[in-house]
Design a protein around this ligand. Sequence first.
Ligand SMILES: Nc1ncnc2c1ncn2[C@@H]1O[C@H](COP(=O)(O)OP(=O)(O)OP(=O)(O)O)[C@@H](O)[C@H]1O
Length: 253
Amino acid sequence: MSAILETDGLVKEFGGLTATDHVNLSIEQGELLSLIGPNGAGKSTLINLITRMLEETEGDIRFEGESIVDLEPHEVVQRGIGKSFQTASIFPDLSVEENANIASLGAEHGSFRFNFLTHRNSYPEVEKRTLSMLDAVGLRDQRDVRAADLPYGDKRRLEIGIALASEPSLLLMDEPTAGMSPEETQATVQLIKDLQEDLDLTILLVEHDMEIVFSISDRIAVLNRGSIIAEGPPAEVQGDPSVQEAYLGGVEL
Ligand SMILES: Nc1ncnc2c1ncn2[C@@H]1O[C@H](COP(=O)(O)OP(=O)(O)OP(=O)(O)O)[C@@H](O)[C@H]1O
């Protein structure tokens, strides 16, 4: 395996507060890495640095071997880093298929770096992308449903589908099961596993639910006060005394 994403001595300071403290994180091609840590540990800050929503104070981030710190957020998406966050925008009055089409169209436009002329106005390509994206998240049968009328779990699946439209090789997911029923949670965990395998996706997951984290992850990185205090396969991280300590009074691991 080789690293698809690496952070190198990454630092982010907010005034006097160091939210990211010399983080060296490496995500291997094809793996599902979960980022965990107590509230305020710096998980969102690290994700926002990777997506370039935040400017680092120091350090570097490399994706597929190349530095991305000089890129704009939309350029990072075009490079192949997708994100599925709770804030992702669905157009509630449009159908599932229309939402998917908009995401696919945006992705097609973004892909002119590959082959601008053949992709220009290529509707069949958009349609193909839309259908494969709806298939990937299991929403093909609901394609005529108004997005606002979808059950909550399916809305979140549509958001994941929208993130897949740009055909990312690395997908960042922030609490994909937040607010879901146990059944929806189970289905979404299965979906994430399937996406990892079927699309050969690398996934960086931020998740508070430890049951999910320990069942789904290939590796776990634990952040505390901006630093990575433990990193490894679930069984290793679970038994790590410094992790227990960081969570003391919080979640039982
Ligand atoms: N824009 C900002 N300005 C100032 N301080 C910030 C900003 N964003 C985050 N912080 C601080 O940086 C630290 C890390 O916050 P961050 O949101 O990254 O943690 P987190 O691990 O995602 O927490 P949670 O699990 O609660 O979402 C916190 O102390 C937070 O108050």
